[in-house]
Design a protein around this ligand. Sequence first.
Ligand SMILES: *[C@@H]1O[C@H](CO)[C@@H](O)[C@H](O)[C@H]1NC(C)=O
Ligand SMILES: *[C@@H]1O[C@H](CO)[C@@H](O)[C@H](O)[C@H]1NC(C)=O
Ligand SMILES: *[C@@H]1O[C@H](CO)[C@@H](O)[C@H](O)[C@H]1NC(C)=O
Ligand SMILES: *[C@@H]1O[C@H](CO)[C@@H](O)[C@H](O)[C@H]1NC(C)=O
Ligand SMILES: *[C@@H]1O[C@H](CO)[C@@H](O)[C@H](O)[C@H]1NC(C)=O
Ligand SMILES: *[C@@H]1O[C@H](CO)[C@@H](O)[C@H](O)[C@H]1NC(C)=O
Ligand SMILES: *[C@@H]1O[C@H](CO)[C@@H](O)[C@H](O)[C@H]1NC(C)=O
Ligand SMILES: *[C@@H]1O[C@H](CO)[C@@H](O)[C@H](O)[C@H]1NC(C)=O
Ligand SMILES: *[C@@H]1O[C@H](CO)[C@@H](O)[C@H](O)[C@H]1NC(C)=O
Length: 896
Amino acid sequence: MAASFTRPLFVFPFLFFSAFIFSSAVDEAQILLTFKASIEDTVNSLSTWSNTSATHHCNWTGVACTASATASLSVSSLNLRSLNLSGEISPSICQLPSLSNLNLADNLFNQPIPLHLSQCSALQTLNLSNNLIWGTIPDQISQFSSLRVLDFSRNHVEGKIPYGLGSLKSLQVLNLGSNLFSGSVPSFVFGNLSELVVLDLSENPFLVSEIPSEIGKLAKLKKLLLQRSGFYGGIPDSFLGLQGLEILDLSQNNLTGGVPEKLGLGLGNLVSFDASQNKLSGSFPTGFCQAKGLIDLSLHTNFFTGSIPDSFKECSNLEKFQVQNNGFSGNLPNGLWSLPKIKLIRAENNNFSGEIPDSISMAAELEQVQIDNNNFTSRIPQGLGMVKSLYRFSASQNNFYGDLPPNFCDSPIMSIINLSHNALSGSIPELTKCRKLVSLSLADNSFIGEIPSSLAELPVLTYLDLSDNNLTGPIPQELQNLKLALFNVSFNKLSGRVPYSLISGLPASFLQGNPDLCGPGLPNSCSEDGPKHMSAGPTKLTFVLISIAFAVSLMVVAAGFFVLYRSSKKKSHLGKWGSVFFYPLRITEQDLIMGMDEKGAICSGGAFGRVYIIRLPGGEFVAVKKLKSVGGQSLKTLKAEIKNLAKIRHKNITKLLGFFYSDDSLLLVYEFIQRGSLGDLICRSDFQLEWSIRLKIVVGAAQGLAYLHKDYSPHLLHRNIKSRNILLDMNFEPKLTDFALDRIVGESAYQSAVASEAGSSCYIAPEHGYCKKATEQMDIYSFGVVLLELITGRQGEQIEAGDSVDVVKWVRRKINMTNGASQVLDSRICSSSQQEMMGALEVALRCTSVMPEKRPTMFEVIRLLQSLDSETHLPSSFFTGGRFSTLDEHSDQSRT
Ligand SMILES: *[C@@H]1O[C@H](CO)[C@@H](O)[C@H](O)[C@H]1NC(C)=O
Ligand SMILES: *[C@@H]1O[C@H](CO)[C@@H](O)[C@H](O)[C@H]1NC(C)=O
Ligand SMILES: *[C@@H]1O[C@H](CO)[C@@H](O)[C@H](O)[C@H]1NC(C)=O
Ligand SMILES: *[C@@H]1O[C@H](CO)[C@@H](O)[C@H](O)[C@H]1NC(C)=O
Ligand SMILES: *[C@@H]1O[C@H](CO)[C@@H](O)[C@H](O)[C@H]1NC(C)=O
Ligand SMILES: *[C@@H]1O[C@H](CO)[C@@H](O)[C@H](O)[C@H]1NC(C)=O
Ligand SMILES: *[C@@H]1O[C@H](CO)[C@@H](O)[C@H](O)[C@H]1NC(C)=O
Ligand SMILES: *[C@@H]1O[C@H](CO)[C@@H](O)[C@H](O)[C@H]1NC(C)=O
Ligand SMILES: *[C@@H]1O[C@H](CO)[C@@H](O)[C@H](O)[C@H]1NC(C)=O
C-alpha cells in the first residue's frame, strides 16, 4: 500500500524536473542557433549545430556544458577556434547564463571589438586572438568586469591603450601583442591589475612609450613580454618588485640607461631574461644572480650552520640570459657562469670586461656562449672543458690570453668554436673528443708549434681558420681526408709541401704569408723532388683504386643477380598484389610488371629504388618507382601516408597517381614528365638553357618546396632536393619528385638509403652530421645547391683531376681566391643576364650558409628570385668590395 502511495509523489516532481531540463535545453540550443545565424561558416564547421540533429547541443562542435546548481546542464564554454568562421559575433550568445569561456581565436572575424559581449555576465575568458579585429579599444572595455583572461593579440587593433582596462581588476592574463597600438602606454592603467600573471604588449611597432613603472607593482606577474615594440627610456626601478617573474623579454626596443642596480635580487623564478638589441649601457648590476646568501655567507662563515638560505637559490632557474647588442660595460655578473640550469648566455657586441671564472664547470646544462666583440680579459678556464652540454663557444674579438687548456674541446657535442682575434698563446692542443666539431677558428692569436694532425680525425670539420698565428712545421697530409670548405693558414711560419688536394682541390685555401710553403702554383714549387714524382703517386693510387672499384662492382653485380633471381622466384609463388589509385588509371599489375621487364622501359636508379618509365596499353606513359625497403611500416600506416602524399596538388609537384603493393614490394606510380630531370640535363655536355628558363625553373621549384613547408597540411619536408629530383615538363615547368619518402619507408630505412647514395652528399646540409632532426633549413640548403648548379652550369658534384668537387665549395673557393664573383657564372650564358645571375648567386650563397639560422625561408627565396626579373640595378656597393661575405659567417666578425 505504502508503495502505491509513494509512487505518484515521486513521479510528479520527476516530470516537472525533466520538463524543466527539456525547456532549458531547447532555449540554449535556440540561443546557439541564433548565434550561428549571424556567423558565416564557409567550410561548414558547425554542421552539428542544427535543430534537426539528434545530438544534444552540449555535444555540438566546440560546446561544453557543466551541471549548474539546479543540476541541469548549461553551456559554460564555447571553443570555436580555427574553424574559418567570419561574419558577426552576435550578443545573443550572452543569453547563455553560464557562459564563462568564449574562444574565437584563429578565425576570420573582421569587425571592431565586440563590446556587447560585456553583457555576458559570467564571462571569464575572452580569446579573439588572430582574427581581423580592427578599430580602437573604447574606454567602455571597463564593462568586462568579470574577465580573467583577455586575449586580443594578433589583430589590427589600433589607437591608444585605454584607461578603462585599469578597471578589470580580476584580469590574470592580458595579451595585446602584435597589434597596431600607438602612442604611450598610460602607467596607472596597471595600478589596479594586481592579479595579473601574464602581460603581453609585444610587437606593437607604433607604440612610442616609456615602460609604465606601475608594472613593477604587479607582484604576481610571471610573464612580461614587451619585445619588438616602441619602448624607450630606462628599465623602471620598480621592476625590483617583480619577484615572481619567470620570463622577461625587453628585446628589440629603444631602451637606454642602465639596468636597475638591484634587479635580479630575489628573482628566484626567472627562467629567461632578454634585454638584447636595445641601447642599454653602463655596467650590469653585479648583484644580478649573485646569491645574497653567498655574500652573507662569506661575512658570517663562522656562524653559518643549518640549511642554505633561500636567497642562495638566486636565479637558480635561469636558462636564458641575453643582453647582446647593447652598450654594456663592466663585468658580467660572476654568478651567472655557474648557474645550475643556464643554457644560453649571449652578450656579444658590448663592452664587457672581466673574466670567465673556472666555476663555469658547474653550469652543467650550458649549451651556447656568445660573447664576441667585448673586452673580456682572462685565460680560458679549464672548467669550460668540463661542460659536456656545450655546443657553441664563440668569444672572438676579446682579450683572452694564455694557453688553451687541453680539454677546451672536450664537450662531445661541440660544433662551433670561435676564439679568433684574441691574445691566446702556446700550442694548439690535440682535439680528439669533439667529434661533432664543424667550425674551428683560432685566427689572429699568437699560437706557436705545429698544426695538430689529430684535426684530421674530426669527421665533420668543415671550416678551419688558423691564420695570423706563429704556427710552424708542415701542413699535415692527413687534412686531405676532411671535407673542408675553408682552410686558412695564411700568415704563419709553415713550411714544406702543401698537401695536393689543399692546393688544387675544393677548399677555399688561404696559404699566403708562409714563405716556406711549397707546391704547384705557389711561389716556391718544391724543387728538391720535382713535380714528376708528384704525379706518379696519384696515378698509382688511382690505378689501385680503380682495380678495387672494379672488383667491388663485379661482386655487387653478382649479388644483384642473385637477389633478382631469388625475388622473382619468390614472387611467382606469392604474387598477391593490391592497388590503390587516386586517379582513374587503366592499369593492372600485369601491365606494370611486364612494362618493367620490357627492354623499352627506361630506367634509372636512385637511393630508394629504380624508376621505370612505362608505356601503358592505352598509349600513355607513367613513371613507376619501385621502393627497395619498406619494412618498417604496417600496411595501414603505409596506405595512410601515401594517401597523404597523393593529396598534394601543386603545379610544381609531381602527382602521385596510385600505388601497388605486395608482401615485399611497393610500386609508386607517378605522372610522367616529358623532359626528365634537371640533373640529367645539367650533366649533358651540350647543356645550354638560357637564363630566363633557369630562373623559371628555380622559382617554380622554390614554390613547390614552399608549398610543402608551409601551405600543405600536414607540413612536409622534402628531404631529398637535388637536381635529379626536379623534373621538367615540355614548357620547362619544374616538378619536384621523390618528396617526403621518409614518410613511406620510415626514418631508419630513409637514413640508410640516403647514406648509401654516393654523389649526392653535396646536397646535404653541413649540420646534418650533428642535428638529429631534419629541418626546413636542410631542404633550403639543398635547394641552394641546385640554384648554384644552374648559376654555374656545373653539376653538384663533379669529378675534376680525379677528385670529386662539390659546387658549394668550388664557388666559395673561386670567390675568395680570385676576388671576382663573376668568374663562377656559367660562361655559356650571355652577359646581359649577368646582373640577375649575380643576384641569384647572392641568394644561393645565403641558402647554403653553414649556419642554418642564416638561411632565408623559401618564401623569402621566392620573393628575392622573383624580384630579380624586374630588378635592373643592384646596390652599387654590391660587388665593389670584390669579396663576397661568404666565409665570414663562421667567424661572425672576420676581418676584411
Ligand atoms: C529549425 O531552425 C530553422 C531555422 O533556424 C527554423 O526555420 C525551424 O523552424 C526550426 N525548427 C524547429 C523544429 O525548431
Ligand atoms: C554526448 O555524447 C556522449 C557520447 O557520445 C553521451 O554519452 C552523452 O550522454 C552525450 N551528452 C548529452 C548531453 O547528450
Ligand atoms: C580555412 O580556409 C582556408 C582558405 O580559405 C583553407 O586553406 C583552410 O584549409 C581552411 N581551414 C579549415 C579548418 O577548414
Ligand atoms: C587564445 O587562443 C590561442 C589559439 O588557440 C592560443 O594560442 C592562446 O594561448 C589563447 N590565449 C590565452 C590567453 O589562452
Ligand atoms: C583603481 O582603483 C581605484 C579604486 O577602486 C579607482 O579609484 C581607480 O580609478 C582605479 N584605476 C583605474 C586606472 O581604473
Ligand atoms: C628607436 O628610435 C628611433 C628614433 O630615435 C626610431 O627611428 C626607431 O624606429 C626606434 N626603434 C624602435 C625599435 O622603436
Ligand atoms: C669600454 O669600457 C672601458 C672601461 O671598462 C672604457 O674605458 C672604454 O672607453 C669603453 N669602450 C667603449 C667603446 O665604450
Ligand atoms: C678594455 O679594457 C681595458 C681595461 O681592462 C681598457 O684599458 C681598454 O680601453 C678596453 N678596451 C676597449 C676597446 O674598450
Ligand atoms: C711571432 O713570433 C715572433 C718572434 O718569434 C714575434 O716577434 C711575433 O710577434 C709573433 N707573432 C705573433 C702574431 O704572435
